[in-house]
Design a protein around this ligand. Structure first.
Ligand code: FES
Length: 104
């Protein structure tokens, strides 16, 4: 799954500190722009499997809008309960003006 690079956005499409939600192979993925670097996480909070991308973003941390679990957008690491598991992350790159995502 996600063995190939997939175009997800034009580089000017995602403002700094915001994200675009895309679906690849039926999986929702949130692609963030943090100061011109792009990061992709599965848009699925591991606590109760609810969407995460509407949560508050501060620096490189996102807070789940449902029960407040916090995660690193860069590494997917869970930083605060009630979630216990890390987020799945994906490799990104910019290629010919497009943000692309690939599994890892
Ligand atoms: S669903 Fe995210 S903290 Fe509960």
């Amino acid at each position: 799954m996600l063995n190939n690079w997939t175009d997800v956005a034009n580089i000017d499409e995602i403002p700094d500190q915001e994200c675009k939600i895309v679906e690849i192979n039926d999986m929702p993925i949130a692609v963030f722009n943090l100061e011109g670097n792009y990061y992709a996480i599965e848009d699925n909070c591991p606590h109760q499997h609810l969407p995460l991308a509407d949560g508050m973003v501060e620096d490189s941390t996102i807070t789940c809008p449902y029960h407040g679990a916090m995660f690193s957008i860069i590494t997917g690491e869970v930083l605060s309960p009630p979630a216990c598991d890390n987020l799945r992350t994906f490799i990104t790159r910019v290629h010919e003006g497009k943000v692309q995502v690939k599994g890892k």
